[in-house]
Ligand binder design. Sequence first.
Ligand SMILES: [Zn+2]
Length: 430
Amino acid sequence: MTVGEDEVPWSINVSRRIAPGDALIFSTPDEDHVHGFGELEGWAHFSLRIQAERIFRADCFVTNRATLDPEDAQRGRGAGIRFQPILLSGSPVSPENLIGAGAFARGLHYGGLITPGWYRLSVECDACRKDFQLQSFHAGMMDVDYMYSDSGLHTLIIDPGEGSGYPRIDGLTDEARRAFEARLPRAPDETAFRYYNALRCPHCRAPFFDYAKFPEDRRTDYYGHSRFGVAETVWTWTDPAGPAEPARSEPERPGQLDPERVFAARNNPRINYVGVGAVALLSLLGFILAGVIPTESTRNYGAYPLLGWSWIAVSALLIAILLRRARDPRSQLEISALGLWVRGTTPALIPWEEITGTSLYGLPRGGCVLRVALRNPAILQRTAVTSGFAALEGKVSGGDFGINPRLWDRSLDEIVEAIAFFRPGLAPIE
Ligand SMILES: [Zn+2]
């Protein structure tokens, strides 16, 4: 289709069948911009816009149906691509000024709006003009840092770890930053990760996000990127000066517990990541309501931007919480020779002497909680909210609390075995 100068601003939602090897060609009077769809095939539902500022923007959602069914979006039967915006002649920014610029400067992300993880980015090399696809992640929301390798082809995700003292890398002196970088692992191609390294074109290796040229963009690009389909290297920071965390080796099974050891249950990352996926799919509904993803309904009756974007904001918050939980390596429950501790429920470790017994309670909708009865219930110092949850979770009275390991990496059976190991008399009787 062709758009004339006098039709700007212009926007359209169209659906086209695509097959592997197909490409989208945006032709301007000066040049062609060619973007492949990668491995995607089926029906591409495009949202195409030319803004009054003479910037062309395009997104698409690929499904296996000719019309965009909201249910496809909700159930994740599809994949999204955001194409790199194209500056047309007459736009306030000259394309030359964006050569090597960061992700926000290029319009790949919008400030204040989260780019969903299921959107891949299709970008175009400034040097060889070939397209390639990137996966982005919101480093700010994940509470991580990222760096690119000297080769520009690999991405490192730095987890600040448990302790305090993790430095703000952009605030370090050059010398301190180099010392920090010297501790990092190597990329799969044996090149080093550095803060101001560029992400490079996989075809010709020209810098794409050229942070040596645009150091200010490095500080504001709170999205990291990796080549689509290439896994990032993940590294957890520890304080080089601090005392080494005593390595606590977990027994595989409580049956192998030794009395010096601590049985711990942690968040199960898989369950939380499944939750992230579910929320991300639900957030699609927000994009449909907001009209970002075109549907028959929004075409005919208009979009609901306020509702849509609110939905997206709530989804983003939920995803942040779930990601934090998935990445939280701390134990949620600990059982040892000394007693029992549950994060957020018990104020401190409860000595075995304070526990009068445990019992299993079936939940109304399946599953089970372990009810722990206390000699002196006042030690829990419950708030109205936590006692409300406690009541919901197992109909336990104010003097007891329930342990529900549903989202942990240890089963209720394992927890019961651990209690039986340390205090056989306190294990629930079947
Ligand atoms: Zn290139």
